[in-house]
Design a protein around this ligand. Structure first.
Ligand code: HEM
Length: 378
């Protein structure tokens, strides 16, 4: 039930051992006033530092203010521990130049080249109202009420400056980001996160996760780029497919999560192996073959997604899936080529619909109490 430090070289919520619950929000900035936006980012930073420490969003708190004024915290997290809450901020392409091409805040020349709009991928069924956004905040915690409380209070503080564009709740992490964690399962019932980038992989994190000096504008050094995809999973159809076919689609066994042809979860997949029938043991269209760094110029992702069930779809099916979250040093060399390959060839596509997509530049960590979210950008 402890607290995750808010200050640091990198933002928390990226290599932090993935918590069990998510509330993710994308905001539109509705003011054109740069000073108001900067003031909000400063106020948000202070509130985030307090909430991640398990305190109220405001200095006075939910119940200690004057009776005539609305409280500076909404109250539903009173008495709850910090629950490993992390709040991670990111800036979307439209903050730098909006859909009409306007540079509302005088920062267009600071847009990193790596924050290039994602291309259209084969099969995309994106809903614009669930996609994009000027600013995102990812709240992760081991108590859903704590995550929702944090996002709700940031939205409350932001009234008149930002408005919620879309938001997503997630339960059940679908990745481990640390070797201390057991690998969880996604809604297809498979272990997810086995071959993920992990907090312990120091060299790979430097090479694949954190923006390095010289990569782009200095304000992003030590930051990371975030891609989110809301992926509906057609679980009713999946549940009618035979076990062997499910395993061929993933390229791993459903029980242990071992690569096909191997025995242990962490065995290296042998993509060259052929069975008695002469066919590859791990199919050419298997998800893990197509997503593997060896197929993608050595590109890795730090995946940090969550399961979702957003009620039902009115057609007798659950509206369920994976809210995919991936952090990386440069989406142009990581997410884009991997997803291009998956979109064309992945056997899993028959059971997937990508309905939302977003991209954000997440700056480095808040260094000290005088620092604030985005200071080096503004
Ligand atoms: C691996 C499921 C979407 C990238 C895996 C594994 C599973 C899985 C079960 C094997 C265990 C593991 O190593 O984590 C899914 C499901 C998805 C989905 C159910 C959609 C709902 C994506 C997307 C990407 C992606 C959109 C990136 C564009 C990867 C990568 C690996 C992986 C990089 C590790 C491959 C390796 O190195 O072996 N996924 N995945 N996945 N997935 Fe996905």
């Amino acid at each position: 039930a402890g607290a995750v430090p808010f200050l640091g070289e990198h933002q928390a919520g990226i290599t932090t051992p993935a918590q069990d619950r998510l509330h993710f929000v994308a905001f539109d900035v509705i003011t054109k006033d740069r000073a108001r936006l900067v003031a909000l980012l400063q106020e948000w930073t202070a509130a985030a530092a307090r909430m991640t420490a398990g305190r109220d969003a405001g200095l006075i708190g939910a119940v200690d203010g004057v009776p005539e004024a609305p409280p500076d915290d909404t109250g539903e997290a009173l008495g709850l521990p910090p629950s490993q809450l992390t709040l991670t901020i990111g800036f979307g392409p439209t903050l730098f130049r909006d859909a009409e091409g306007r540079d509302r805040f005088g920062i267009a020349d600071r847009r990193p080249a790596a924050l290039a709009d994602l291309p259209h991928f084969a099969g995309d069924a994106l809903r614009p109202e669930l996609s994009g956004g000027d600013i995102c905040v990812q709240a992760c915690a081991n108590d859903p009420q704590v995550a929702v409380h944090a996002i709700r209070n940031l939205a409350r503080i932001g009234m008149g400056v930002v408005s919620v564009r879309w938001s997503q709740l997630g339960f059940g992490r679908t990745s481990s980001t640390s070797r201390d964690q057991a690998t969880p399962r996604n809604l297809f019932g498979f272990k997810d996160g086995t071959a993920n980038l992990k907090a312990e992989d120091a060299d790979l994190l430097r090479e694949q996760l954190w923006a390095q000096p010289g990569d782009g504008p200095d304000w992003m050094t030590g930051g990371s780029y975030l891609v989110t995809r809301k992926i509906r999973m057609l679980i009713e159809t999946w549940d009618r497919s035979p076990l062997a076919e499910q395993e061929q689609i993933v390229g791993r066994t459903k029980g242990r999560g071992a690569p096909l042809g191997g025995t242990g979860e962490f065995d290296q997949p042998d993509f060259a192996a052929r069975g008695d029938d002469g066919q590859p043991v791990i199919a050419e269209t298997a998800h893990v073959r197509l997503a593997h760094p060896g197929q993608n110029g050595g590109a890795h992702l730090l995946r940090r997604g969550y399961n979702f069930v957003d009620g039902s779809d009115g057609l007798g099916r659950l509206d369920a899936g994976l809210f995919f979250i991936a952090y990386q040093r440069d989406p142009r060399r990581q997410f884009v080529p991997i997803q291009t390959r998956l979109a064309r060839h992945d056997a899993m596509n028959e059971y997937l619909r990508h309905v939302s997509s977003a991209l954000f530049a997440c700056p480095p960590g808040v260094r000290d109490p005088a620092d604030w979210w985005g200071r080096a950008l503004f």
